[in-house]
Design a protein around this ligand. Structure first.
Ligand SMILES: Cc1cc2nc3c(=O)[nH]c(=O)nc-3n(C[C@H](O)[C@H](O)[C@H](O)COP(=O)(O)OP(=O)(O)OC[C@H]3O[C@@H](n4cnc5c(N)ncnc54)[C@H](O)[C@@H]3O)c2cc1C
Length: 167
């Protein structure tokens, strides 16, 4: 979470609650026997560039286009919840309210409409590029650059021209 600036004039009150007033010992029927935290294979939070795909990417096979672009740019691949639910990408790549919050230098949203639950997880990116075939997609309102078109046509062109113009 982003650290808020302290307000010296804010006056809070401390309310002490006794847990016994709300739950009885019978409510604690689960005991933790062991904890096992699996290490994430995806380092999405620390990536300076994220290529993120939504339901508009259309299929798991089409997501390969995003990995191709990510390879060229040295980026990670993220996803919207709709893309994760459709099986296009793994859950650990989900960005948004119920996924991870990211603040990369560059966020390229491909086929993502821009619902509030997704925006919540990426709106503080330094630069946002939206690739969408709907010029009225809500994400375009927060994007710095908008490319209107199908990702199947736009991404191969981005790869081609990036390779052509970079050493
Ligand atoms: C409690 C709750 C929590 C949620 N948490 C999250 C969360 O953490 N993260 C999250 O992302 N969502 C979350 N959601 C879901 C969210 O509300 C949206 O449903 C979801 O973000 C939509 O994903 P999308 O933009 O990929 O899909 P859609 O809304 O279906 O948008 C697809 C977009 O792709 C475009 N498109 C279609 N075809 C192409 C093409 N060929 N080329 C280019 N563009 C194309 C369309 O114009 C459209 O803009 C949550 C919802 C709830 C209720």
């Amino acid at each position: 979470m982003k650290k808020e600036i302290a307000d010296p004039n804010y006056k809070g009150t401390v309310v002490e609650h006794d847990v016994k007033d709300y739950v009885s010992p019978d409510d604690f029927v689960v005991s933790i026997i062991d904890r096992h935290v699996e290490k994430s294979k995806v380092n999405i939070k620390n990536s300076p560039i994220i290529i993120s795909g939504g339901y508009g990417v259309g299929s798991k096979e089409n997501f390969q286009l995003l990995y191709d672009l990510a390879n060229v740019l040295g980026a990670e691949v993220g996803a919207s919840r709709a893309a994760v639910d459709a099986g296009y990408a793994e859950h650990e790549r989900q960005i948004g309210q119920t996924g991870v919050t990211v603040r990369p230098k560059l966020y390229i949203a491909c086929g993502i409409s821009g619902q509030i639950q997704h925006i919540a997880g990426m709106q503080e990116s330094s630069l946002i590029i939206s690739i969408n075939n709907d010029p009225g997609a809500p994400i375009n309102a927060i994007a710095d650059y908008v490319i209107t078109g199908d990702i199947e046509k736009v991404i191969p062109k981005l790869i081609k021209y990036y390779k052509k113009n970079s050493k």
